[in-house]
Design a protein around this ligand. Structure first.
Ligand SMILES: O=c1ccn([C@@H]2O[C@H](COP(=O)(O)O)[C@@H](O)[C@H]2O)c(=O)[nH]1
Length: 274
């Protein structure tokens, strides 16, 4: 099965919420944990065990694990395994991008099931040129994995790059979206190549008709609302995965509160496409 097919089935079963696992130092403190590997492990595994059985996608943010070196990455490997055992797809937020030969190494690290860090999909940065991501695209295709490529990010600094005009006359973001649309041609349920478009970006005039999923970080703590999702995505809102991290994680460490929080947010999103 392709990643797109698996994602389509997961969203039909559990709804579109993507839950971020972002072990911020401030959240570790709020949970009464130390800012150390033991605190990271308790936080990240506790949150994943409570939330993953109830959402379609879990998105660990790699930076918060890398902060602790190899022992942090070992915790990340366990988070990936725990989320998958609970039936969630894992989108590892690593935002990788480099020259093609190095992109292949990133693809091998994150998209080849033989790797200890393999996920169902990763985030990728196209700012070395979309073609530099070809090794990731081909490795994802070979292994039934997915990619989410940055198009219109949720942060306020994004527009200076993403709204700029490319040599073709299209915006940079529009160029990324066009490439994704081409990669998803022929997909039956949902394409495996998604775009990252923040819930906070407002109306941009871009077409999100790419045949693949649209990851929308910025929902919750960064201010994005259900109304924003409708405004940003218009007719494409049915392919949106709203992603939230801090807004959900702040409800811990009680696993029941975390589970109920995930279910409440899922409920808020239930009428999104309607
Ligand atoms: O455009 C982007 C791309 C990725 N992110 C990541 O999503 C989460 C957001 O966390 P919140 O706590 O829900 O704000 C975080 O891991 C970011 O690195 C993004 O925010 N915007």
């Amino acid at each position: 099965m392709t990643f797109g097919d698996r994602l389509h089935a997961a969203v039909a079963d559990r709804g579109p919420l993507c839950a971020g696992i972002d072990p911020h130092a401030a959240l570790l403190g709020a949970w009464g944990l130390g800012d150390d590997v033991a605190g990271l492990e308790s936080f990240a595994l506790g949150a994943t065990e409570a939330i993953a059985p109830h959402v379609a996608v879990v998105k660990p943010q790699s930076a918060f694990f890398e902060r602790f070196g190899s022992r942090g990455v070992a915790v990340l490997e366990r988070v990936v395994a725990t989320a998958r055992e609970a039936g969630a797809l894992v989108l590892l937020d690593v935002k990788r991008g480099d020259i093609g030969s190095t992109s292949q190494a990133y693809a091998d690290a994150y998209l080849d099931p033989a790797s200890p860090l393999a996920a169902d999909a990763i985030t990728a940065s196209p700012y070395l040129g979309f073609g530099s991501l070809t090794p990731m695209v081909e490795t994802a295709r070979r292994h039934g994995a997915g990619l989410f490529v940055l198009a219109l990010t949720s942060n306020p600094e994004g527009p200076e790059v993403q709204h700029a005009t490319a040599p073709s006359g299209r915006t940079v973001a529009g160029t990324v979206l066009d490439h994704l649309g081409a990669l998803n041609e022929g997909a039956t349920t949902l394409g495996s190549y998604g775009a990252v478009v923040g819930a906070t970006v407002g109306e941009t005039g871009e077409s999100f008709d790419i045949g693949g999923p649209l990851l929308a970080p910025g929902y919750g703590a960064q201010g994005g609302t259900v109304d924003d999702l409708r405004r940003v995505f218009g007719g494409a809102v049915g392919r949106v995965l709203p992603s939230t991290s801090r807004d959900l994680l702040r409800l811990g460490p009680d696993p029941v509160a975390l589970r109920d929080g995930a279910l409440r947010i899922a409920d808020d999103l239930a009428g999104l496409a309607g």
